[in-house]
Ligand binder design. Structure first.
Ligand code: HEC
Length: 371
């Protein structure tokens, strides 16, 4: 990759001041082309685009997800779930995103350094898992003595309660601060990211059940595995009997209209045949705002249900999609029921993309993608 650039190297060195200027010019051009419509040419937050919430004024230091070049690079790449700020992961090269991150820093006020780094964990190239006591996600919500945080390199953190293996929230920004190393009965953790999605209004229902949804199954964590992706392995139990074994892999999902997440469930049936019911978000809850025409299979096989946009309890909209391995299944009453024989394996993937307010602009954008 370097080779073709060599002949120009000497020239570049000689022309250093000019190159620096060109660099600034390039950064500015990138910003004006890709960002200014919302953030304003000077980064004051007053662009020409009509938004239901203002884009940030970088001049005022409006950074809730971190203002270091690395943090900004992540925000620019991933976008902000549930807001008009889409990820530029696929539309701009890594180099361009780094140039923009550095440029945005120059638009803001002088950066103050944070000093208590030894208590702060940051995620770099690989995901990190931390377990401990998590504080409540909001007023009236419970604390989570058996919390688990998965920090993704994108800057997104998945927050779980592993007493019953439930995804509670998505955060964005810094990862976590340990508030007390010597704490007995689980380290108290202070997640640093801002909540960008509260699953089930902070009280998520179980995903797996029997009898078409009427008998919820308990989930007991067996192991966590961290490699390129983090996996949570757990037993689905009815009483003390294992109905199935599940390996859940959450991942950040960047779509052209926003950033969300996909949870993949690899399921192995226990010793008895089962009609396993899986909560199907494409069926509800929440009013249907839009249904896509695209469905059926794709290159990866499996059955893909038509994605649906629904209104969430807090009034905002979310895109939901569900895919599962081709096999006999029934779909009704908010669940998808798959039939499994003892030892049989299958998979299900659920994708959620928070869309923020349901505006005409968001609807238009989605319709243009539904070809
Ligand atoms: C379609 C409008 C839109 C475009 C285009 C856009 N942004 Fe944003 N951006 C937003 C909005 C809205 C927010 C605030 C989201 C929130 O916090 O709810 C935001 C937030 C941000 C933040 C986060 C600041 C923080 O709170 O930490 C950064 C950084 C950012 N944008 C950089 C960029 C860059 C760089 C570009 C161009 C590559 C860009 N944005 C393009 C709308 C946009």
């Amino acid at each position: 990759m370097m080779a073709p650039r060599f002949p120009c190297l000497a020239l570049l060195v000689l022309a250093a001041p000019l190159a620096a200027q060109d660099g600034n010019e390039r950064a500015r051009t990138l910003f004006v082309t890709n960002c200014a419509s919302c953030h304003g040419e000077t980064g004051d937050g007053h662009g020409t685009a009509e938004l239901d919430r203002p884009a940030r004024s970088f001049q005022d230091g409006g950074f809730s997800f971190g203002n270091t070049p690395e943090a900004l690079f992540k925000t620019i790449s991933t976008g902000i779930p549930g807001s008009p700020m889409a990820g530029f992961d696929s539309s701009l090269s890594e180099e361009e995103r780094r140039i923009l991150a550095a440029y945005v820093v120059t638009l803001g006020p002088p950066v103050e350094e944070v000093k208590d780094e030894d208590m702060v964990l940051a995620v770099h190239e690989r995901p990190l898992v931390v377990r401990g006591h998590l504080p409540p996600l909001g007023e009236g919500l419970p604390p989570h003595p058996r919390g688990l945080l998965i920090g993704d390199p994108s800057g997104i953190t998945f927050e779980y309660d592993v007493a019953d293996v439930r995804l509670l929230a998505l955060r964005q920004g810094g990862f976590v601060k340990r508030t007390d190393w010597s704490g007995r009965g689980g380290t108290p953790l202070e997640p640093l990211g801002k909540v960008v999605q509260l699953v089930g209004s902070g009280k998520p229902a179980p995903i797996f059940s029997l009898a078409a949804g009427s008998v919820p199954l308990a989930a007991h964590l067996a192991a966590t595995e961290a490699a390129d992706q983090v996996r949570l392995a757990y037993h689905l139990l009815r009483g003390t009997r294992e109905v199935a074994h599940v390996v859940e892999t959450p991942r950040v999902q960047a779509m052209p209209f926003g950033t969300g997440y996909t949870r993949r469930f690899a399921i192995v049936c226990g010793a008895q045949p089962v009609h396993l019911a899986v909560a199907d978000p494409t069926q509800g809850p929440g009013d249907e705002l839009m249904e896509f025409d695209t469905s059926s299979g794709d290159a990866y096989g499996g059955i893909h249900l038509a994605p649906v946009v629904r209104r969430q309890a807090d009034g905002s909209a979310a895109y939901h999609a569900l895919a599962f391995e081709s096999r006999p299944a029934t779909r009704a009453w908010g669940v998808l029921v798959v039939d499994l024989k003892p030892g049989e394996a299958t998979w299900i993937e659920i994708t959620t993309v928070p869309l923020g307010a349901w505006t005409k602009a968001v609807r238009k954008q989605l319709e243009s993608l539904d070809r």
